[in-house]
Write a protein that binds this ligand. Structure first.
Ligand SMILES: [Zn+2]
Length: 168
């Protein structure tokens, strides 16, 4: 390196210029989060994971359940029910894993997505079963988000395997 004051050549370890005595400031090391560490590689992103994640984000705001009772109907979304936030977190992780295009993170996100979706499917079935005991099973209907939830979770778990096939 060179002295900023007089331009004399100095050793990399120097703290003071041997020629003019000016204090030498070393360039600060890069701190914190580095995008390069995530190894985003051009052309290796998983389109399937990105599309599935986008669908998952969209679906939490769409009608998930429709309840019809005494001529009234009410729809609820996953975000209004509170569980939507989990799917938003999964979708963001899905986008990051999809951009990296790496198998392991995509499988982890896919498995988590499927576990949550399965939990919701079972939860929904139990709710329908409960009201069916009173002969009101017909009043609870699945909305478009219910099916998009299954579709997007299936897309996330399929993504790493589709990616492997495409890379061949
Ligand atoms: Zn100097």
């Amino acid at each position: 390196m060179f002295c900023k004051n007089c331009g004399a050549e100095l050793s990399d370890e120097a703290t003071v210029c041997t020629s003019c005595g000016t204090e030498v400031k070393k360039p600060a090391a890069k701190k914190g989060f580095s995008v390069e560490k995530l190894k985003f590689r051009k052309g290796e992103s998983s389109i399937v994971a990105l599309v599935a994640s986008a669908v998952m984000i969209l679906m939490v705001f769409l009608p998930y359940v429709k309840v019809e009772f005494l001529g009234m109907s009410e729809t609820q979304t996953l975000i209004s029910a509170g569980d939507g936030i989990f799917f938003l977190v999964i979708a963001v992780a899905g986008i990051l894993a999809g951009l990296m295009g790496e198998k392991k993170p995509m499988i982890i996100v896919g498995v988590i997505a499927c576990v949550f979706a399965l939990f919701e499917v079972v939860d929904f079935a139990n709710a329908v079963k409960e009201v069916s005991a009173y002969g009101l099973g017909d009043m609870v209907k699945r909305g478009i988000a219910f099916y998009l939830m299954i579709l997007s979770a299936a897309g996330l778990i399929a993504a790493p395997f589709v990616q492997k096939f495409l890379n061949k």
